[in-house]
Design a protein around this ligand. Sequence first.
Ligand code: HPA
Length: 278
Amino acid sequence: MNPSDLAAAVDTSAGLLRARLGERRPRIAVLLGSGWGPFADAVTDAVTVPYAELPAFPRLAIGGHAGLLKAGRIGRQELIVLAGRKHTYETGEPDGMKGVIRTLAALGVELLVQTNAAGSLDHAMPPGTVMLVEDHINLVQRSPLVGEPGDGRFVDMGTAYDATLRLQAQAAAVAATGHALPVGVYAWVLGPQFETPAEIRMLQRLGAQAVGMSTVPETILARHAGLKVLALSLMTNMAAGLSAETLSHGHTMATAQAASERAVALLAAVVQGLEAAA
Ligand code: HPA
């Protein structure tokens, strides 16, 4: 989509959503990655809108990603839940979620909570562990802001993952589970193939604790749009070469499903602990 078509699609999508949301004014949006889908079922008083009805939203192909927006509540926290993201490995383009993030910003959303499935580079984080992302490495070296006009494109990424939100998330995790989440750096790879063991050894030396195929483009878009970002990674496997397992999407999804009940309960606690005005 060219920039003026995208801007028009964002206006239309935000208008449609405003009409559907009525009095709701959610300031938090949660983007669900692989394994986190059941979180959408926990939303109460929900208004559900398929991405297909929103012109700025992507059309999704991959199994396990529904393509639904749900606006409602978790406990007392008002929020928008996004079930489904477009990945860069589907098209080669990193801007598949640009219209989504800009629509959220147009609606007044201030915080984006991202979730994903990732490979663990650290034996202290076995499959099933949820890691709090403190920073990322954009290993793909692609940006959804290429071609963007204006000085706003030179986004400061020094505080991409908001420190105050991370503290709030840790406080909620401790209250809910008795311990803090491990914290680490997420390295973005293009995929869709998994990494080689040599690539994983490289990522370890670069200072990453987790590797995955998403999240980074949306963080860049969110920071550009003025949203604060919190991100949680569910470790679905030890990365290539760190265990005897053969990696596959089926294996990733199976582990994600097995771990998802705990991860989703944790996410509900974290979301309720966030203060939108932070
Ligand atoms: N590598 C990249 N992406 C992933 C992995 C992995 O091992 N597991 C889940 N998403």
